[in-house]
Design a binder for this molecule. Structure first.
Ligand code: TPP
Ligand code: MG
Length: 682
């Protein structure tokens, strides 16, 4: 703390005169700071009354930062922030009524009561969240700012907007911070990272949570210019921000500002504040930025006592009205519970015209090429998709046709790859991100699950993420960390489409469909199917989203084999053997999509065959088969003549040895065994 206090003091000396701003502008800065203070105190009161729930992080003491920074930018610039977000939203001009209504969980709230305190959002004000995962939204800000640069350079849009992204000192320790700074510098994105160093990350004091306590120095590792400002002086913040904003607008490159500040209240309303010394709190309250600025304006004659009293009364009246507005706003209709999870489906394009024999990799490549050619907003990003040609050659030749700016190699930073893509998608671009294999999707799980899948719903339908994430499962002789299939884990997440093509024909049509969706898709290819050939229409077509197909008709009273991805091929092989060796004409269903899951097709098939067996390459426990078995017994119980069977990967980390790997995989042998065990065949 000694260093922080000393540094803050040093920059006090540089506090500029108020002369450059008009008296009206100065009074407005003070009024906004005061409105924030009154709003926060009212929020605390309403929390105590039980009108506000959840975590409530208040901004008292830090007002000079939000007001100094946000008064320096334009309405077309965007703002992203963390969960301590009330002050930024107010300083951005979002009206207090809808903000308070959001705290109350009401339908007139800025996220229709879906987000709460930590997820304020106002598209109208370019206030783009309110994010509650520490650091997770930083790459989104980079992606959103990147979208501006993309539109300027590739779509001839004349614009020079920038972004401002607030974070705390604690957030500068998380991997997303470093990945985002690297991306921002490398991709030259006009974003100002504003680190509010309030000395604590929850209960952890600065020196206990970071080895570099002058946070602005962290930016130098990425060649990003930076500085530290005294956050108790709104004019110091504003004066420096005027310069910084002008510089970022002109250079189109990132900047990092550390603002030394202090929160007067505990971390959140749930925090008993046991870790801070009373004297320390008093010493910072003594230099309260609000009181300091009011005293300065009174002293300089910009304000007289009566005017200041009137200003205070105006804030109190405005916030009292906001509380009344929130209290009068209805709770959201329960019918809204499932609204805004995904948007409407686009029109389908039927397959037609001549076909050509293609591998799955070629079919995917064709779908990407067609979409890039017709969609200027579309671009590809991922590790080794350009110079290397794609780890599985799916993106080969695309750089030559579409250029390096649209087929973009990235650092090895899965979290930021997806986070940047999410931000770009929110800004209206159509990113297609490649994760080299699904094993690495775990490093991007936050961006996929906490962000891509939730944004439309969590912010009350104000934003969407039209993003396709291409990746692949399986693998041969790659052992435990490189042979996994996590489709069940991702299919679990509402707000995410999960597609698994099994043939080249499907790959092209399903990818074309996913590319046109207004919401995120995890498109899971299979390393063992990239070279499988098929007849594929040359023209653009889409296959219906969330629809399974009957791959082979079976006989009534027999068996439905359900497969997807490589599991379909195993099911087909088993169906051949059952027909030849046992005279059983099994029906084969190809799921194609796990979310949404086409239960209607499955139920219709089971009503005919009375038995079902699912083949999956993912593990059996808590898996796709488990879900299908549960739903078939709910929806087709009376039709079932046997338990729903599952043949899945053996429940073990995948071994390297050839025989062990083969034994771990599902196979037609294991299907035959399972059917024998149930006495369905002899
Ligand atoms: C990834 C993640 N880890 C932990 C938390 C719980 N958490 C919420 S706020 C916080 C402290 C963050 O401190 P800082 O970045 O300094 O911001 P401040 O609260 O001081 O404004 C923690 C640990 C979280 N929300 N997200
Ligand atoms: Mg902090």
């Amino acid at each position: 703390m000694a260093t922080r206090a000393k540094r803050a003091k040093a920059s006090e000396a540089a506090s500029p005169a108020a002369a450059e701003l008009t008296p009206d502008a100065l009074r407005e800065l003070l009024q906004t700071m005061h409105r924030i203070r009154v709003f926060e105190d009212a929020a605390a009161r309403e929390y105590a009354r039980g009108n506000v729930g959840g975590f409530l992080h208040l901004y008292n003491g830090q007002e000079a930062s939000a007001v100094g920074v946000l008064s320096a930018i334009r309405p077309d610039d965007f703002v992203m922030a963390h969960y301590r977000d009330h002050g930024y939203a107010l300083a951005r001009g979002v009206p207090a009524g809808p903000l308070m209504a959001e705290l109350f969980g009401r339908v007139d709230g800025v996220a229709r009561g879906r987000g709460g305190s930590m997820h304020f959002y106002s598209a109208e004000h370019n206030f783009l969240g309110g994010w509650a995962i520490v650091g997770g939204y930083l790459p989104l800000a980079v992606g959103y700012a990147f979208a501006t640069e993309y539109r300027r350079s590739l779509m001839d849009e004349e614009r020079d907007d920038i972004g401002v992204c607030f974070l705390g000192d604690g957030a500068t320790n998380i991997g997303y911070f470093f990945e985002s700074l690297n991306f921002a510098a490398l991709w030259k994105t006009p974003v100002v990272f504003v680190v509010e160093n309030n000395g604590y990350a929850m209960g952890a004091a600065l020196a206990t949570h970071t080895s570099v306590t002058t946070i602005s120095e962290k930016a130098s590792a990425f060649d990003i210019p930076s500085e530290t400002i005294d956050g108790t002086d709104v004019l110091a913040v504003r004066a420096r921000m005027d310069d910084i904003v002008e510089r970022v607008r002109r250079t189109r490159k990132p900047y990092l500002v550390e603002i030394i500040t202090y929160r007067h209240r505990a971390h959140s309303m749930a925090d008993p504040d046991l870790y801070r010394d009373k004297k320390e709190i008093e010493s910072w309250r003594a230099k309260d930025p609000l009181e300091r600025f009011a005293a300065q304006l009174l002293d300089e004659g910009v304000l007289d006592a009566d005017a200041w009293t009137a200003m205070q009364a105006a804030s109190e009246a405005e916030i009292a009205e906001a509380v009344a507005f929130a209290g009068a706003s209805p709770q959201p209709d329960e019918a809204e519970l499932t609204a805004d999870i995904v948007g409407p489906l686009p029109a389908e394009i039927a397959p037609s015209g001549p076909t050509r024999t293609m591998t799955m990799a070629e079919a995917l490549n064709a779908a990407l090429a067609e979409w890039l050619a017709e969609t200027p907003e579309a671009f590809l990003l991922g590790e080794d998709i350009n110079a290397y040609g794609g780890a599985y050659a799916v993106t080969r030749d695309l750089p030559a046709t579409f250029g390096d700016a649209r087929v973009r190699d990235t650092p090895i930073a899965e979290g930021a790859i997806i986070g940047v893509a999410v931000g770009a998608a929110m800004a209206g671009l159509r990113p297609i991100a490649e994760l080299m294999t699904i094993n690495f999707a775990l490093l991007a799980a936050d961006a996929i699950i906490n962000h891509a899948a939730k944004i439309r719903s969590m912010f009350g339908g104000q934003a969407s993420v039209p993003l396709v994430i291409r990746t692949n499962g399986s693998g041969v002789r790659l052992a435990a960390t490189h042979s996994q299939n996590f489709e069940a884990m991702f299919a679990y997440v509402p707000g995410l489409y999960v597609a698994l093509p099994a043939t080249a024909y499907e790959a092209k049509g399903m990818l074309a469909a996913a590319l046109r969706l207004p919401d995120p898709t995890l498109f899971i290819e299979n390393q063992l199917l990239y070279r499988v050939k098929d007849e594929v229409p040359e023209a653009v077509y889409t296959l219906p989203v969330g629809k399974a197909v009957v791959d082979r008709e079976g006989a009534p009273g027999g068996l439905t084999l359900i497969g997807y991805s490589r599991g379909l091929h195993i099911a087909r092989e088993a169906a051949d053997r059952l027909a030849e060796e046992h005279g059983l004409k099994a029906e084969v269903i190809n799921l194609r999509w796990l979310r949404p899951l086409d239960m209607a097709t499955l139920v219709a098939s089971v009503q005919k065959t009375n038995r079902a067996l699912l083949v999956e390459e993912d593990h059996r426990s808590f898996g796709v088969g488990a879900e299908i078995a549960a739903r078939l017994q709910e929806e087709a119980f009376d039709s079932l003549d046997a338990p729903v069977m599952r043949v899945a990967a053996v429940e073990a980390p995948m071994p390297y040895a050839e025989n062990l790997e083969r034994a771990a995989w599902p196979s037609s042998d294991r299907i035959i065994e399972a059917l024998r065990a149930q006495k369905i065949i002899g």
